[in-house]
Structures are given as C-alpha cells and as structure tokens.
Design a protein around this ligand. Structure first.
Ligand SMILES: Nc1nc2c(ncn2[C@@H]2O[C@H](COP(=O)(O)OP(=O)(O)OP(=O)(O)O)[C@@H](O)[C@H]2O)c(=O)[nH]1
Ligand SMILES: C[S@@+](CC[C@H](N)C(=O)[O-])C[C@H]1O[C@@H](n2cnc3c(N)ncnc32)[C@H](O)[C@@H]1O
Ligand code: SF4
Ligand code: SF4
Length: 326
C-alpha cells in the first residue's frame, strides 16, 4: 500500500543524510563561520540507517537518496551502500555528492550498486569554483566525473545553483555540455536558507533561465518519471543530454512533493523547511519495525502542504543545508 499524506500525495522517496560534515563550504549552503557539527556519537550508525530504511521501504518508500554534508567523507560508506542496495523492495539507490572524493571512490560505488550520481558543480572556471566553494579544486571534481563514467555510472546529473552576478554568465557553457555527453545539467534557484538577505539579488528565476536558453537554442520539454525529484527537463534539439530546472522559490512544486528527509542525527523532516518533526533514534533499536512504521505513517499524514517561503509573517531560522542534505 503506498504511503500517502493527508493531501493524497504518495511518499516514495527518502533523502537520508549520513553526515553533517563536509570537505567544502559553499557560500550558499553554510555560513562563512562554518556550522556546529553533531558529535560523532550523535550520528545514526550504519545499522540504525539500515533499520530505518528497511522500515520505510516496508511501508512504501521505493527510492533512497544518500546525501550529507558530504556523504563520501563518512568512513565506511561503500559497504554501507552495498547493504542498503540489497534491501528488498528498494528500487532506486542514488547519491548526491560534491565529487571531490569521487576519483578514488567511483569504482567502489559502482560495485556497491550505485547507478546514478548527482554531482554539485557551480562553475567551470577554477578560480570561481574555488571562491564559491571556499577552497575547492575544480580539477578534482572533473576527474571525479571522468572516473564515474569510466566506472560505468551512466546516469550523471550535475547540480548548478545559479546565482545572479556570480555564475549565471556560465549558463550557455553548462548547457553546451549536454550536446555531446548524456549529462543532465540542472539549474537550481538559490534558496534563502541562510536567511542572510541576499536572496533577492542572487536568485535567478528558472523561467528567466529557460527564456535565455530558448533565445539561443531550440529547446523541447522531456517527460519525467514518477520517482524523480522536482526538476523539469528540457533538451536542446539533437543534444545527448538534458537541461533541468529546479525552481523551489519561484514555482511551487510542493503539490507533487513525494519525499521525506532524515538528518544525520535521526531527525525526521516531512518538509525541507520544517524544524524536524520527530527524533527517530529511539525507534531504531533491535526490535521489530512496527513502532517505527507507525511513527512514520503518523508524521507523514501530518506533512505540510507546502513551504512557507513566500509568507512574510513566518519567521525562519537560518538553516545550513549541509545539516539537512538539500
Ligand atoms: N524546496 C525543495 N527543494 C528541493 C527538494 N528536493 C530537492 N530540492 C532542491 O533540489 C536540489 C537537488 O537535489 P538532489 O539531491 O540532486 O535530488 P533530486 O533533485 O531530488 O534528484 P533526482 O532524484 O535526481 O530527481 C536540492 O539540493 C534542493 O536545492 C524539495 O523537496 N524541496
Ligand atoms: C547540501 S548538498 C549535500 C550533498 C553534497 N555535499 C553536494 O554538494 O552535492 C545537496 C544539494 O543542496 C544544494 N543546496 C545547498 N544549499 C542550497 C541553497 N541555498 N539553495 C539551493 N540549493 C542549495 C547543493 O547545491 C547540492 O546540490
Ligand atoms: S553544498 Fe554540499 S559540498 Fe557544498 S558545502 Fe553544502 S554540503 Fe558541502
Ligand atoms: S518545500 Fe517541502 S513540501 Fe515543498 S517540495 Fe520541498 S519538501 Fe516538499
């Protein structure tokens, strides 16, 4: 029986953050001062993460995205993914990464059963990449993408947070990558998660990006799968790859939301912008799945209809996406 919320949305997608640590400090994700990390003993153990996923799959989750912080930084991730991939009923196991450690880890990930990777890459220019990530080396990410392809990971999506005056002049350079390679390049609207007042100037609406692309190329819309995330896909005529637009700010995709999140310390979030609705850690002991599944069902049925980003009467605390997993 599908897991449904009170608005009739089917919840089949779990985003599992396995760490809140990261080897980069992207300027849209974490404050310049960095953020407080959970104590190691506060992280869900791999056994707890497996129990959680088994329970969720047992009541209707079909897709799990492992994220972070930077998931590849957590020691032991490859054998963990292998076990995760063997959970009966789980149809899709996918990963979001910044790609810094991919060169050395791609083959292991492929062998562990990861068939698809979402890789964050906000600039194709080394100095700019360095400054957006506060210290990252673009060459490592590019070598990581090559290694993933060589390892046989076919479905590679590149996430680009588009920021006006920062990297939006690279729109065509990114789009051009789809011509000769089967990448999906996804442009994401900058979300005001840090609450630092910069969103008005930095956010580039997806609609504007599409209009700019359509002036330069013939673009056509592409159908998507029911387990997909919120991107809407387009293809430049004759191109191998696709261009995706993820528009969390300008255009609500909440009416088709299919996901829940669990932070690395076990907090269940039924919306990216809620403060966490339940600590699941107490339900992840050795016993059966019954209690956990009951809690998940109850919390999902109370999932909010949409985020409150456009409601100025709602005050929001700044959140570092690295603590949630995006
Ligand atoms: N507001 C909002 N933004 C989301 C949500 N899911 C994903 N995003 C945005 O999309 C970005 C990319 O997400 P990914 O981790 O690549 O996952 P996805 O888009 O669900 O990926 P696919 O499964 O490949 O379709 C996130 O970092 C967010 O910026 C969501 O539920 N709400
Ligand atoms: C939090 S990261 C975690 C996984 C991994 N470290 C990475 O960067 O891919 C997941 C996604 O969140 C996105 N993200 C973080 N902060 C964001 C913001 N303020 N607005 C839009 N997307 C954001 C990143 O671009 C990335 O694609
Ligand atoms: S977006 Fe990913 S790589 Fe960048 S700081 Fe956040 S967690 Fe780290
Ligand atoms: S903002 Fe909340 S309700 Fe809307 S798509 Fe994201 S998680 Fe779902």
């Amino acid at each position: 029986m599908p897991l449904r919320d009170s608005y009739g949305r089917s919840i089949n997608y779990l985003r599992l953050s396995i760490t809140d640590s990261c080897n980069l400090k992207c300027l849209y994700c974490v404050p310049a001062t960095g953020c407080r990390k959970s104590r190691k003993d506060n992280l869900l153990s791999y056994d707890e993460l497996l129990r959680l996923t088994r329970g969720a799959v047992g009541i209707g989750v079909e897709k799990v995205r492992v994220t972070g912080g930077e998931p590849l930084c957590r020691p032991g991730i490859t054998p963990f993914l292998e076990k995760l991939g063997q959970i009966e009923g789980l149809k899709k196991l996918v990963l979001t990464t910044n790609g810094i450690l991919l060169e050395e880890m791609a083959e292991g990930l492929k062998n562990a059963g990861v068939s698809s990777l979402n890789i964050s890459l906000d600039s194709l220019r080394p100095e700019r990449f360095f400054s957006i990530t506060r210290g990252g080396d673009l060459r490592r990410v590019l070598r990581g993408i090559d290694a993933a392809e060589r390892a046989g990971i076919r479905n590679i999506k590149i996430n680009v947070v588009m920021m006006r005056g920062v990297n939006d002049d690279e729109l065509f350079d990114f789009a051009a990558l789809t011509r000769d390679a089967p990448y999906k390049i996804r442009f994401i609207e900058y979300m005001p998660t840090l609450n630092d007042g910069r969103e008005q100037s930095l956010m580039v609406p997806g609609e504007e990006l599409l209009a700019r692309l359509a002036r330069a190329f013939a673009v056509e819309k592409v159908e998507k799968d029911t387990m997909d995330g919120p991107a809407v896909y387009y293809r430049i005529a004759g191109a191998q790859g696709e261009i995706g637009l993820i528009t969390p700010v300008s255009c609500h995709f909440c009416h088709e939301c299919n996901r829940i999140r669990v932070t690395s310390s076990g907090m269940l979030k039924t919306c990216l912008f809620d403060n966490g609705v339940m600590n699941l850690k107490p339900f992840l002991g050795e016993g059966g799945d019954g209690e956990l599944q009951e809690v998940l069902r109850r919390m999902v049925s109370a999932k909010p209809r949409q985020h409150s980003l456009h409601d100025e009467t709602v005050s929001r605390r700044p959140i570092a996406m690295s603590c949630i997993g995006g």
